[in-house]
Design a protein around this ligand. Sequence first.
Ligand SMILES: Cc1cc2nc3c(=O)[nH]c(=O)nc-3n(C[C@H](O)[C@H](O)[C@H](O)COP(=O)(O)OP(=O)(O)OC[C@H]3O[C@@H](n4cnc5c(N)ncnc54)[C@H](O)[C@@H]3O)c2cc1C
Length: 301
Amino acid sequence: MSVFSEKNFDIRKLTSFKIGGIIKEVYFPENIEEFETLLKKNTGIKVFGNLSNTLISSDGYDDAIILTTRMNQIKIEGANVIADAGVKGPKLAQTVCENGLSGLEFMIGFPGSVGGEVYMNASANSQQISDTLVYAVCYSKEKGIVKYTKDEMDFSYRSSRCQKENLIVLQAEFELTPKPQTEIKERMDKNIQFRQSHQPSLALPNCGSIFKNPESDSAGRLLDSIGAKNMSCGGANVWENHANFIVNTNSGSSLDVLNLMYEMYSKVKDKYKIELQPEIRFLGGKNERENELCQILYKVK
Ligand SMILES: Cc1cc2nc3c(=O)[nH]c(=O)nc-3n(C[C@H](O)[C@H](O)[C@H](O)COP(=O)(O)OP(=O)(O)OC[C@H]3O[C@@H](n4cnc5c(N)ncnc54)[C@H](O)[C@@H]3O)c2cc1C
């Protein structure tokens, strides 16, 4: 079985940050069989979805990765929906709305994929992925394909079993609630309106919230209090309306973003003795300064 791939792929155009370099090879599986074959052959290969929560080094990455963007089957069975890992959140939200099913309205407002959203336990507007998940079909190096129920997924704030055990999400099933389409659409419209007034649009390339909220506090509040809204580095600026967003205003590089994150992190640490943890993920490894910054920000050894 030969899976479509591209060598020396310029990833920048696919990332929501519009930052990134050349990736040695990118595989694009189209179904679960192709995905499983790739995972078996390439142990430890990194998998991404819609790249809306990932900063990729402008110096690129010297290995292969898998992107799930072509795995986009959606199946509706009664009040349940089964979606492949690569299905985009807004597309899934629209589809279930058209079928009069409620529970995924939050997905309308941001550009994640089902796999990325399960991995990150994405949430917004008082809904989270773990509310309606029945099971996730995952691939583990040791066990092959395993179906994990919601309770087995070990979900917590922006975390899931996938992060702890390097599980790859192939597909997920959600149990939804039948409701009038107008009611579902109204809730989605409200979510979109909320976003337009509280978050930068993708016309200003960004990656969503940069840092996780520390327990019982808000990263945005802490960052605002240390003057982050006036900070910038090269082409990366903290967004003027919310201190926990970085926008790429002028051909910013991954190093610009990491330097800015380090400045934000350091000022909060100095003032409050709180070490903010990045919510966004990083892929790189070739740039020494970036590696040093990642050791501090991501506590990698
Ligand atoms: C404008 C904007 C607004 C946002 N608002 C929100 C918000 O309100 N709430 C929220 O939770 N997030 C938000 N985000 C962040 C982001 O959209 C979510 O984290 C989303 O879940 C990431 O999905 P993705 O497919 O883009 O992930 P990627 O960036 O592709 O990957 C993120 C992580 O998930 C892993 N991953 C991806 N796919 C798989 C898979 N199939 N199996 C295993 N691991 C996988 C990757 O290895 C990586 O570690 C926002 C982002 C943007 C740009």
